[in-house]
Design a protein around this ligand. Structure first.
Ligand code: PLP
Length: 359
């Protein structure tokens, strides 16, 4: 047979994709993926109580399909209004996919560029067209141009990372409200970095029927659990819940996340430390004359330097892994570093200074 699925029927846009690249980080100081650098075991008491909680999981049974206990804890923890509900996803990536799956084929969705790569990537998987909303030199929204594009293309979904990844900035809230008011699209405010920005759209949910908010526990220390949530008016959430796969949040995640949200003091202390460390790392990087830093409200810093590829490779040779964005169209010569533990940040800064002392 000469016709195979792969050579005949696989969609060309999937053939053309490259799978989301995750480099092997074994043995590296890992500052590439916006993780919380602290290990749960750093707090021995919390770790022991977490183990005890996990030991109660009945992994011979399917998980609670609606994750009732966890949902209740999340609503309390995030202060979700009574007329709103939440939808849990296996990471917020799954929620992005679920939102896209609810659109008809070939419809347009939008998000700023540069922003989170999963928006355009998932649009492809789900037979949608992605159109980029333009950002200016400082990565702020070009509001009028955005409004023109919205008018022209009538998007069904608009994803806004708030703060934006990989640029780190928070878009102007009034600009976003202007977009929300001038579109029929469902606007998804992706607050993955909420813990580091303390700005949010939860209180706007009451005001706009075309708004939902997305959060994740990944950036506050629980990336391994894969848990994201979509927050919106009860009737909106009920519709998207129909296309959620049953049992998408496994038992261990439900128990672990529930326990750690109820015992949040340690994670809170860690995010507070990361915010302090971010200020220090930002000023140290900014002092290096070859480097231009961009303002950030997230747990990472985007910076520009004339020989980004060279610096990136030098850091790799020193067993330090950051994110190389330097070949992306709007991010030529840009690198992104996640804020690590104080000792890790120090090794990173020293290595960067060493590189410029040599070259
Ligand atoms: C990291 C990130 C996510 C992904 O979160 P998961 O819950 O780990 O899937 C979503 N949106 C943005 C903007 C992110 O940076």
């Amino acid at each position: 047979m000469s016709q195979t699925f792969i050579n005949t029927w696989l969609r060309p846009e999937i053939k053309a994709l490259t799978a989301y690249p995750v480099p092997d980080s074994t043995g590296f100081i890992k500052l590439d993926a916006m993780e919380n650098p602290y290990d749960l075991a750093d707090d021995a008491d919390l770790f022991a109580r977490h183990q005890t909680a996990l030991s109660q999981a009945s992994i011979n049974r399917y998980p609670d399909p609606s994750a009732k206990i966890l949902s209740k804890t999340l609503k309390k923890h995030m202060n979700i209004a009574p007329d709103c509900d939440i939808l849990l996803g296996n990471g917020s990536d799954e929620l992005i996919q679920l939102l896209c799956m609810a659109c008809s084929s070939n419809e347009v969705i939008m998000s700023p560029a540069p922003s989170f790569v999963m928006y355009p990537m998932i649009a492809k998987f789900t037979h949608l067209q992605h159109i980029a909303l333009p950002l200016d030199e400082q990565f702020e929204l070009q509001t009028q141009a955005c409004l023109d594009l919205i008018k022209q293309h009538n998007p069904k979904l608009i994803f806004i990372a708030y703060p934006n990844n990989p640029t780190g900035n928070l878009f102007d809230k009034n600009d976003l409200i202007t977009l929300i008011k001038n579109t029929n699209a469902l606007v998804v405010i992706d607050e993955a970095y909420y813990a580091y920005a303390k700005a949010d759209f939860l209180s706007e949910l009451a005001e706009f029927d075309n708004l939902v908010v997305m959060r994740t526990v990944s950036k506050v220390g629980l990336a391994g659990l894969r848990l994201g949530l979509l927050i919106g008016k009860t009737d909106i959430i009920a519709q998207f819940n129909k296309i959620r796969l049953p049992y998408n949040i496994n038992s261990l995640t439900q128990i672990s996340a529930n326990f750690l949200l109820e015992n949040f003091a340690t994670l809170q202390r860690q995010t507070d430390t990361i915010i302090q460390q971010r200020a220090q790392l930002f000023s140290q990087l900014s002092e290096i004359s070859a480097i231009k830093t961009y303002h950030t409200q997230a747990n990472f810093i985007l910076f520009h330097t004339p020989n980004a590829q060279g610096l990136f490779e030098y850091l790799l040779s020193q067993k330090i892994l950051i994110k190389n964005l330097s070949k992306q169209p709007r991010l030529i010569n840009c690198l992104r570093v996640t804020v690590g533990k104080p000792a890790e940040n120090k090794i990173f800064i020293t290595a960067v200074k060493d590189y410029y002392a040599q070259s």
